[in-house]
Design a binder for this molecule. Structure first.
Ligand code: NCD
Length: 301
């Protein structure tokens, strides 16, 4: 994170990750341990797309550090509705805030903002492209459960084509010796560019049609919501397999079922009481990890 922008997981080195983990552990134990460190600073949350977790957890993280908050979740009530460009919005807001968290429906929006911003930009999700801070707390959760983020068999199921959490997480995991299993029909499989990138790094990538073909081998099953807001080719919900207690029958006892949330019908509520369900544990790490991210972005070099 040397340039202090966080646009893609490539901006996070393995040393950065260790540091984020260390800080996030502190915040889990004592959420107010750095209260006041960002006192007098202002964090702007510019959300051009719907959000619950990312918006609120960054807001909570900023306040845990004593920072002030400005922002919006409804661009239709801002000058965007008058036709203001993203560039102009960033140029303006950076004079009001010390750090900007942006979520946008367009892939590459975070990069575009970072190219002209003088303040650190954090990508809170850009189209079907990336969601790096989600990955950071996914990895933190995996490390808590397994004590490592390598030598794991990780299955990804659901909308792998348009889910940005899949891109960022699989990409980070491919730095280490992990086996990455992508489960589902061709129209929901990962995009060719991601597959090439993973293979180019020497990752073990295996595609499966059905969950039953691989469930017994997995340490983690990461479920991606159908991203219907991005569908363009007549994709059909019926083609996606649902994750239910029956569907994970035959799994390893220590399987961790993860999901970035929000879930719709792809992940059965019947799983919630199953010890293999880890998604609410996962989301409980959003604030500690994002507090660590904000603190690091604002620290003097
Ligand atoms: C994810 C996202 O926005 O990409 N949500 C989140 O931030 N937890 C997942 C999703 O919307 O499916």
């Amino acid at each position: 994170m040397s340039n202090r922008h966080l646009i893609t997981v490539e901006d996070v080195s393995n040393e950065d990750l260790d540091d984020i983990f260390r800080l996030a552990h502190d915040f889990k134990k004592e959420p107010r341990s750095h209260f006041g460190d960002l006192s007098g600073f202002v964090v702007a949350l510019l959300f051009f797309e719907p959000s619950t977790r990312t918006y609120l957890s960054f807001g909570s993280a900023a306040q845990r550090l004593g920072a002030g908050l400005i922002g919006f979740t409804d661009p239709d009530r801002t000058s965007v509705a008058k036709g203001e460009t993203l560039e102009d919005t960033i140029r303006v807001v950076q004079t009001f805030a010390d750090i900007i968290v942006i979520r946008h429906p367009m892939s590459g929006a975070g990069k575009q903002a970072a190219a002209l911003a003088d303040v650190p930009i954090i990508n809170g999700g850009d189209g079907a492209n990336e969601h790096p801070t989600q990955t950071l707390y996914d990895l933190f959760t995996i490390d808590e459960i397994f004590g490592r983020i390598e030598s794991l068999d990780v299955g990804f199921i659901g909308d792998l084509r348009y889910g940005r959490t899949i891109v960022s997480l699989s990409s980070f995991l491919s730095r280490f010796p992990n086996s990455l299993h992508f489960i589902g029909p061709e129209e929901f499989q990962i995009r060719t560019q991601l597959e090439h990138q993973l293979l180019g790094r020497g990752a073990k990538v295996v595609k499966h049609r059905r969950l039953a073909d691989v469930i017994g081998e997995l340490d983690i099953l990461y479920v991606s919501r159908p991203q219907q807001e991005r569908w363009t080719c007549g994709e059909s919900l019926e083609r996606l397999e649902r994750v239910t207690p029956q569907a994970i029958d035959g799994s390893r006892p220590g399987l961790a079922v993860m999901h970035a949330l929000p879930r719709t019908d792809e992940l059965s509520v019947e799983l919630d009481s199953d010890p293999r369900a880890r998604y609410f544990h996962q989301v409980s790490n959003a604030v500690p990890v994002r507090t660590a991210v904000l603190l690091r972005s604002m620290r003097p070099e």
